[in-house]
Design a protein around this ligand. Structure first.
Ligand SMILES: Nc1ncnc2c1ncn2[C@@H]1O[C@H](COP(=O)(O)OP(=O)(O)OP(=O)(O)O)[C@@H](O)[C@H]1O
Length: 972
C-alpha cells in the first residue's frame, strides 16, 4: 500500500517499516501540524513549539469523548479516553506513561491528559473548589517551585511526577494524589549560564512593592543564588503576573494566606542566605561573615526564618563533634562554611517543596473507597550530556526502569503470552535491560549500594568510590571504565552509553541534615519553619540512621513500578523536533535517536509482525457470536466456534491458542466493524418500530396542536381584520369630519367675502341713495325757500293790498260804525264789553308773536329775517292796531262822547281775525318744516350710531373697510 501524501496516522499501517519510512511519515504529518501519530497503542507526540488551541478546545474534548480508539485522528485525548473507558468498563486501574527528553512536551501533554480526565470525570462545582479543579491548579504551584529555565527547555520540570487520579464507581473523580520524584536540589545554589534558578525566586523578586520591602528584596542580580547566570527574565513571561497567578492557584489548592506568607518568607530567606559571604576569622580555619553586607543578610535571614542570628552564624560556621569523652565545637573554614550554607539552602528548599506536595495532597484529599485510578506519569527522559552527574545517573536509572516496564509490557509479555498459548511464533529479538538494572540497583553490589557504602565511610572520596566500582564491575558488559579518566565511569544504557563524572556523587547522595541546622530551624519561632524540620525519629539501629538520596529514590521507583504493574499501561512518547525550541524544524538525526531511545521502532516491528489483539474464547464468542449464530447453535466447543466465526468472516493469519484467539493488526477492527454492522441493522429495526410508534404519537399530538393553533390563528386573523375595519371606519369618519370642517371653513370664508362684497355694494347703493336724498332734501329746501319766498312776497303784496283795502274798508266801515255807534251810543255797557274783548285779543296776539319770534330765532337764521319782517309787519300791524286802538280809543272817546252823546252801536272787525289766521297757518308750516328737518337729523344720527357700532364690531373681527362701507354697514 502506498503511503498517502499527508502520512498515515498509525505507523503500523506503513508498507515499508524502516527508519527512513517512519521518519518521513512523522515529518510529513508534522508539516501539516499533525503532531500526534500512533504506533499501535503507543502515541507519538511531537512538540509543535507553538500554541495549537483548536486541537485542545472543548469541542475537541466532546468529539473524543467515547469515540472508539483509532476512529478519530491520533490525539492525547484519545489515549486518555481509552484509559478512562477501560477503567470504567473493566474496573481496572490504568496508567499513562509520558516520557521523552527534556523539552519534548511531557508536562504539556500531562496537563492535557489531566484536563481531559477532569472533563470526563468532573462534576459541577457545588461547594467551592472541586477535586479536579484542585488537581489542575496544583500544576502552576508545582511549576513555580519545581520548574526552571534550562538550555533545553524554558519551563523544565526539575522533578518527576506521578499523579494518581482516583475515581468512584460512577467514574467521577473522587480524590487525587501527587507523588514527586527527585527534585534537582543543586539548582538552588548553583545555576549555569544561561539557565535560571527555580521560577519562584524570580516571581518573588517581581512581587508587589510592599512584599519586596517586607522581605528586603531587590533585583535578582543582587542575589548570589540568582546572579551566577546572566539570565533573569524569560521572553514572553511576566514574573509579576505569574506571581499573582501562583498565589491564586495556591488559594485554590487550599494553601492559606498565612501559609503562603510563610512560604514566600522562606523563599526570601534562601536568597538572603546565599548572600552571606564568609571570610577567614581570627582563629585558624575559622570563618566569619565577610562584611557589613554579609552581616545584614545574615540578620535578615535570621529574621525571616525567625531564629537567632548568632545561632544561625554558629550553625553555618561551626560544627559540634561528639566524642565519647567530650563535645567539641569545631570552626569551619570559609569554604566549608559556604558549603554548609548551600547545604542548608538546599535542605530548606527541598523540604519546602515536599511540604507543598504534602499540602496539595492533603488538601485535595484521597478517596479510601476508590477502587480504580488513572495514573499519569510525567518523568524526565533519558539524558546524556557532556558532563553527567548524579542527577543524570538517577534519571537514566528511572528510564531504564520504565524501559523495562515498557519491554515487559510490549515485548516480553507478548512473547510469554504466545509461548503460554502455544501458538506459532517466530521470536523477535529485543533488548532486555535487566542487566543494567542489576548493575545499578542490585543489593548488595549494585552501584547505588556501593555509593551508599562510600557515603557511610567518612574517609571515602569519589576516587575511592570510583575504584570500588572499577573493581566490582570490571567484567560487567554494561559497565565500562573510560581510558582517559580515573574517576568517571560509563554505563551502557538501552539508549546508548553515558559517561558519568563521579566527583559529586557522594555529596549529592547524602541525605542528612546537619544536626546544627536541624536544631536551629527546629527551634524557629515560626511554626511553619519549625514544621519543615521536625525532630528526627529515635534511631533504633545504625543502619536506619543513614539515608541516601539514591536508595530513597530506588525505593520510590520500586513503589512506582508496583503501582504501574498493577495498572493497564498506555504509552505516550514525546519527541522534541529540534534543539532550537522553534516550530516547523524537524531534525532527522535528533528525532531518530529519540525514537530509538523510546523503543518506538521495536514496538512498530512487533505490532506488525505479531498478534497485537487477543481475546479469551468466551469473550470472543460473547462479542462476535452474533456474526455467525449457526456456529453457536451447533453445540461446538468454544475453540471450534471461534474458528468458525473467523472463517465465516474470511479472516486469515489469525491464531487460536489454548485459551485465547490471537488476531493480526487490524483484524479486531474488521470484526468490530462487522459486529457494528449487524448491531446497527438490529438497532435500525428496533429504532424503526419505536420511531413509528413515537412518530405516530407525536403526529397525533401535533395534529391536535396544529388545529388549536389554526383556530387561534384564525381567531387572531379575524380579530385583526375586524380591528382593521374599525380603524377604516374611524378613518372615514375622521376624513368626513375633516372635509366637512374644511368645506365649512371655505364656505364661511366665501360667505364673509360675499358679505363684504354685498356690504360694499350696499354701501355704494346707500351712499348713492344718501347723496340722492341729500340732493332731494336740498332741492326741497330750495323749493321750500322759493315757495316761502313766493308766498311771503304774495303774502306781503296781499297783506299790503288787504291792509290798504282793509284800511279803506275799515275807514268806511268805521265811519259807518261811527254812525252806528253814534246811534248806539246809548248802550254804553255793550260798548264796554266789546272794548274788553278787544283788549284781551290784543294781549293774546302780542304773547303769540313774542313766542313765534323766539322760536324763529332758534330755528333758522333765514327765517329770522322773515320773522323780523313778520314782526315788523306785526309791529306795523300792532302799530296799526295801536293806531287802530288809538283810533278806537279816539273813536271810543269819540264814541264815548258820542255814546255819552248818543247810544253806542258795536260792530266786529273781520280784518284782524283774518290776519291772525294767516299768521297761524304760516307758523304751522314753519313748525312742520322744523319737525321734518328734526326727524331727518334724528335718523341721520341713528344711522351714524349704527355705522359706528358696525365699525367697532368689524374692527374686532380684523376687517378693514373703506369709509363708504362703514356707512353701508351702518345702514344694515
Ligand atoms: N502540545 C503542545 N502544544 C504547544 N506547545 C507545546 C506542546 N508541548 C510542548 N510545548 C512547548 O514546549 C515547551 C516544553 O514542554 P514541556 O515543559 O512540556 O517539556 P518537558 O518534556 O516536560 O520538559 P522537561 O522534562 O524539561 O520538564 C513548553 O513550554 C511549550 O512551550
Amino acid at each position: 500500500m502506498e503511503a498517502p501524501a499527508g502520512g498515515v496516522d498509525d505507523m503500523t499501517k506503513l508498507s515499508y517499516l524502516h527508519e527512513p519510512g517512519v521518519l518521513e511519515n512523522l515529518k510529513s504529518r508534522y508539516e501539516l501540524n499533525e503532531i500526534y501519530t500512533y504506533t499501535g497503542n503507543i502515541l507519538i507526540a511531537i512538540n509543535p513549539f507553538q500554541r495549537l488551541p483548536h486541537i485542545y478546545d472543548g469541542h475537541m474534548m466532546q468529539q473524543y469523548k467515547g469515540a472508539p480508539f483509532g476512529e478519530l485522528s491520533p490525539h492525547v485525548f484519545a489515549v486518555a479516553d481509552v484509559a478512562y473507558r477501560a477503567m470504567v468498563n473493566e474496573g481496572k486501574s490504568n496508567s499513562i506513561l509520558v516520557s521523552g527528553e527534556s523539552g519534548a512536551g511531557k508536562t504539556e501533554t500531562t496537563k492535557m491528559l489531566m484536563r481531559y480526565l477532569a472533563y470526563l470525570g468532573g462534576r459541577a462545582a457545588t461547594e467551592g473548589r472541586t477535586v479536579e479543579q484542585q488537581v489542575l491548579e496544583s500544576n502552576p504551584v508545582l511549576e513555580a517551585f519545581g520548574n526552571a529555565k534550562t538550555v533545553r527547555n524554558n519551563n523544565s520540570s526539575r522533578f518527576g511526577k506521578f499523579v494518581e487520579i482516583q475515581f468512584d464507581k460512577h467514574g467521577r473523580i473522587s480524590g487525587a494524589a501527587i507523588r514527586t520524584y527527585l527534585l534537582e536540589r543543586s539548582r538552588v545554589c548553583q545555576v549555569n549560564d544561561p539557565e535560571r534558578n527555580y521560577h519562584c525566586f524570580y516571581l518573588l523578586c517581581a512581587a508587589p512593592q510592599e512584599e519586596i520591602e517586607k522581605y528586603k528584596l531587590d533585583h535578582p542580580k543582587t542575589f548570589h543564588y540568582l546572579n551566577q547566570s546572566k539570565c533573569f527574565e524569560l521572553v514572553g513571561v511576566s514574573d509579576a503576573h505569574d506571581y499573582l497567578a501562583t498565589r491564586r492557584a495556591m488559594d485554590i489548592v487550599g494553601i492559606s494566606a498565612k501559609e503562603q506568607e510563610a512560604i514566600f518568607r522562606v523563599v526570601a530567606a534562601i536568597l538572603h542566605l546565599g548572600n552571606i559571604v564568609f571570610t577567614k576569622g581570627k582563629e585558624v580555619d575559622s570563618s566569619v561573615p565577610k562584611d557589613e553586607k554579609a552581616k545584614f543578610h545574615l540578620k535578615t535571614t535570621a529574621e525571616l526564618l525567625m531564629c537567632d542570628a548568632v545561632a544561625l552564624e554558629d550553625a553555618l560556621c561551626k560544627r559540634v563533634m561528639i566524642t565519647p569523652e567530650e563535645v567539641i565545637k569545631r570552626s569551619l573554614d570559609p569554604q566549608s562554611a559556604a558549603i554548609s550554607r548551600d547545604g542548608l539552602a538546599k535542605t530548606i528548599y527541598s523540604r519546602l517543596f515536599d511540604w507543598l506536595v504534602d499540602k496539595i495532597n492533603n488538601s485535595i484529599g484521597q478517596d479510601p473507597t476508590s477502587k480504580c485510578l488513572i495514573g499519569v506519569l510525567d518523568i524526565y527522559g533519558f539524558e546524556s550530556f557532556k558532563t553527567n552527574s548524579f542527577e543524570q545517573f538517577c534519571i537514566n536509572f528511572t528510564n531504564e526502569k520504565l524501559q523495562q516496564h515498557f519491554n515487559q509490557h510490549v515485548f516480553k509479555m507478548e512473547q510469554e503470552e504466545y509461548t503460554k498459548e502455544q501458538i506459532n511464533w517466530s521470536y523477535i529479538e529485543f533488548v532486555d535491560n535487566q542487566d543494567v538494572l542489576d548493575l545499578i540497583e542490585k543489593k548488595p553490589g549494585g552501584i547505588i549500594a556501593l555509593l551508599d557504602e562510600a557515603c557511610m565511610f567518612p574517609k571515602s572520596t569519589h576516587e575511592t568510590f570510583s575504584n570500588k566500582l572499577y573493581q566490582t564491575f570490571k567484567s560487567h558488559k554494561r559497565f565500562i571504565k573510560p581510558k582517559l579518566s580515573r574517576t568517571d565511569f560509563t554505563i551502557s544504557h538501552y539508549a546508548g552509553e553515558v559517561q558519568y563524572q563521579s566527583d559529586q556523587f557522594l555529596d549529592k547522595n547524602k541525605d542528612y541534615v546537619v544536626a546544627e541546622h536541624q536544631e536551629l530551624l527546629g527551634a524557629s519561632k515560626c511554626q511553619f519553619v519549625a514544621g519543615l524540620f521536625p525532630p528526627p525519629p529515635e534511631e533504633t539501629s545504625k543502619s536506619s540512621k543513614f539515608s541516601s538520596i539514591g536508595s530513597r529514590f530506588k525505593l520510590q521507583l520500586q513503589s512506582l513500578m508496583e503501582t504501574l504493574n498493577s495498572t493497564e499501561p498506555h504509552y505516550i512518547r514525546c519527541v522534541k523536533p529540534n534543539n532550537l525550541l522553534k516550530p516547523a524544524i524537524f531534525e532527522n538525526v535528533n528525532i531518530m535517536q529519540q525514537l530509538r531511545c523510546g523503543g518506538v521502532l521495536e514496538a512498530i516491528r512487533i505490532s506488525c509482525a505479531g498478534y497485537p489483539t487477543r481475546r479469551a474464547f468466551f469473550e470472543f464468542i460473547n462479542r462476535f457470536g452474533l456474526l455467525a449464530p449457526e456456529a453457536l447453535e451447533g453445540n461446538y466447543d468454544e475453540k471450534v466456534a471461534c474458528q468458525r466465526i473467523m472463517e465465516k468472516k474470511g479472516l486469515k493469519g489469525f491464531q487460536i491458542g489454548k485459551t485465547k484467539v490471537f488476531l493480526r493488526a487490524g483484524q479486531m477492527a474488521e470484526l468490530d466493524a462487522r459486529r457494528a454492522e449487524v448491531l446497527n441493522n438490529a438497532a435500525k429495526i428496533i429504532q424503526r418500530r419505536v420511531l413509528t410508534h413515537v412518530t405516530r404519537k407525536r403526529f397525533i399530538a401535533l395534529r391536535k396542536a396544529v388545529i388549536s393553533i389554526q383556530a387561534l390563528c384564525r381567531g387572531r386573523l379575524a380579530s385583526k381584520i375586524f380591528h382593521e375595519m374599525k380603524r377604516e371606519a374611524a378613518a372615514v369618519n375622521i376624513q368626513k369630519n375633516a372635509r366637512r370642517y374644511e368645506a365649512r371653513k371655505s364656505y364661511k370664508r366665501l360667505h364673509s367675502s360675499a358679505l363684504v362684497v354685498q356690504t360694499g355694494l350696499r354701501t355704494m347703493a346707500a351712499c348713492k341713495q344718501f347723496r340722492f336724498r341729500r340732493q332731494t332734501k336740498a332741492v326741497i329746501f330750495m323749493q321750500a325757500r322759493w315757495r316761502c319766498h313766493r308766498a311771503a312776497s304774495y303774502y306781503k303784496r296781499l297783506k299790503r293790498g288787504a291792509i290798504v283795502s282793509q284800511t279803506r274798508w275799515r275807514g268806511r266801515v268805521a265811519r259807518k260804525e261811527l254812525r252806528k255807534l253814534k246811534m248806539e251810543a246809548r248802550e254804553t255797557g255793550a260798548l264796554k264789553e266789546a272794548k274788553n274783548k278787544l283788549e284781551k285779543q290784543v294781549e293774546e296776539l302780542t304773547w303769540r308773536l313774542q313766542l313765534e319770534k323766539r322760536m324763529r330765532t332758534d330755528l333758522e337764521e333765514a327765517k329770522v329775517q322773515e320773522t323780523a319782517k313778520f314782526q315788523s309787519s306785526l309791529e306795523e300791524l300792532q302799530k296799526k292796531l295801536e293806531e287802530a286802538n288809538a283810533a278806537i280809543a279816539k273813536e271810543k272817546e269819540v264814541a264815548k262822547q258820542a255814546i255819552e252823546e248818543a247810544p253806542p252801536v258795536v260792530q266786529e272787525t273781520q280784518v284782524i281775525v283774518q290776519d291772525t289766521e294767516k299768521i297761524d297757518s304760516l307758523n304751522a308750516e314753519v313748525d312742520n318744516l322744523k319737525e321734518a328737518s328734526e326727524e331727518r337729523r334724528k335718523k341721520l344720527e341713528e344711522t351714524q350710531k349704527k355705522v359706528q357700532q358696525l365699525q367697532d364690531s368689524m374692527k374686532s373681527y380684523g376687517f378693514t373697510f373703506l369709509p363708504s362701507s362703514y356707512i353701508v354697514l351702518n345702514k344694515l
